[in-house]
Each structure stands twice: as structure tokens, then as C-alpha cells.
Write a protein of this length. Sequence first.
Length: 218
Amino acid sequence: MQYRGQPLRVSTSRRFSWDYEIQSRAPEERPLRIELWSTRDGGVTWQRAGIDTDGASPIDVSVPTAGLYGFRLEVTSDPGGAATAPPSGTSPETWVAVDDVPPQVDLEVTPTSGADGRASLEIRYTSRDELLAPASVKISFSPHANGPWSTIASGLDAEGVHRWEPERSAPSRVFVRVEARDVAGNTGHAVTSEPLTVAPPRVIGHLRGLRELPAPGG
């Protein structure tokens, strides 16, 4: 995965450990200080995100909020010297999308009627996330608010309107659920607060006692 021509990594945590490597050097050289710098504005400004004074991979990183970060590694041979921030305008070496928040999903369902008079539902939904996975929206139904869920449609866009005409075998009253997934694997969903009527209640009969009848003409 890439962003602006550079590698893009995805993390569901705001804290992670990052492996790195530096060019070989003579053993008598002074110790190195490894600094990891981050930017939120494409390299205009930089903030130090981690520091490693032992010169050995990995370096620990902690970012304050979720979002898209650009990173660069800076190396200095003066462990006690001033910080070595990349100059303003320097491009990130790589990007990390820190995403620990599931997509937000809004749902509105309106009962309608199909061309043949059968009950149907107009399902209007919107899902929002900075890193929403493409074609990740799924609509499901269940007679219970907590599932299990049966799929109505999947592979849908981030927002849209879907018209559902339930099969005759569907329950008479159903809850509708819309879920969306982002590239980090977080899943958000919305469920109707009340069950919706999609068919009249079924009349159920049960077999009881059996009585033999005399043969015809007997």
C-alpha cells in the first residue's frame, strides 16, 4: 500500500516498535543517536516521535492521536547534541495511518411497498472514516436486535440507498443492521432501534389426533 509514492503502513495502536537499520561504520566512531520525526502536514513541520540512544534497532514510537503521519529517521553522531529535525519541506520517508476508531455509520429505514404490493424497506445509510475500506459496507437483517444476522447485500459503497423486498420466508418483523470496515480492520455498525414489519404474521397450524375413516362403500 502506498501514499504519495511512499510506503503506507496501518496500525490500530498509537504505540508501536519500529525496526530500523543504519549504514555500517567503523567501531571507533562515536555512539549514535537515532531520532524518529513525524509530520501531520506533509513535511512542513516536524515533531520528534521517538529517540534511541543505544544505536540498536528497534525504536519505540508513541503518537498522541489517530490519523495519518509521515515519518523520517534522522541519525546524529553527537548523542548529547541538539535535536536534528528534518528541514521544513522535507518529504516523509514513509507514512503510517494510525486508526483505532471504527467507522461511524448512520442508518435510516423507511417501509415502502413493491410494485406487486408486497412490503419492502428503503434502507438509507452513510458511513464515515478517513480510511474506509472500499466496497466494505454490508446490510443484514435478523428477527433479534443482537443477531445472528443474514446478509441482504454486501460490497456496497460508503453511502447509498438500498431497496430490499424480503422473501416470503423472512420473519414478519426484523431489525436491520449496516456495518462498515476501515483499512485497519475496525468495524462500525448501526442497527434499527425497533423491529420493522415486513410481512403479516404467519398463521401456524399443528397436526393433532388422527382418525381412521371407513373404506368407501363400507
